[in-house]
Design a protein around this ligand. Structure first.
Ligand SMILES: [Zn+2]
Length: 108
């Protein structure tokens, strides 16, 4: 058993688990909350941990997850690519904003 990574967003960890399982890598999610409670740590520190059953699978698993996060970054970059410049104050506004976050002017 080898820990791959931990992340507070359970959805994300679950998604990574699905990627690994699809690639035939045995893995599971361990929730640290019980251990945190036993250790007297606050429950807010509880977060899911993604582990591979076989240590030998770890390098391949890491590679798959790296591809996944690279693809995710690519999507983020594309979403941010249509930034626009506010006609009123000249501020750069993210593409998903319909009006300027600074002065409220509508997208020109
Ligand atoms: Zn503006």
């Amino acid at each position: 058993m080898k820990v791959l990574f931990t992340h507070p967003d359970f959805t994300r960890v679950g998604h990574c688990q699905a990627i690994l399982e699809e690639a035939g890598i045995a893995c599971f999610i361990r929730n640290e909350s019980t251990q945190n409670l036993l250790a007297g740590l606050p429950d807010t520190a509880a977060q899911p941990v993604l582990c591979v059953t076989e240590d030998a699978d770890a390098p391949r698993a890491m590679e798959l997850l790296r591809d996944f996060s690279a693809a995710e970054k690519q999507i983020e970059a594309e979403e941010n690519s249509d930034e626009w410049k506010c006609p009123q104050c000249g501020e750069t506004v993210p593409g998903n904003f319909g009006s300027c976050w600074k002065c409220d002017a509508l997208r020109g």
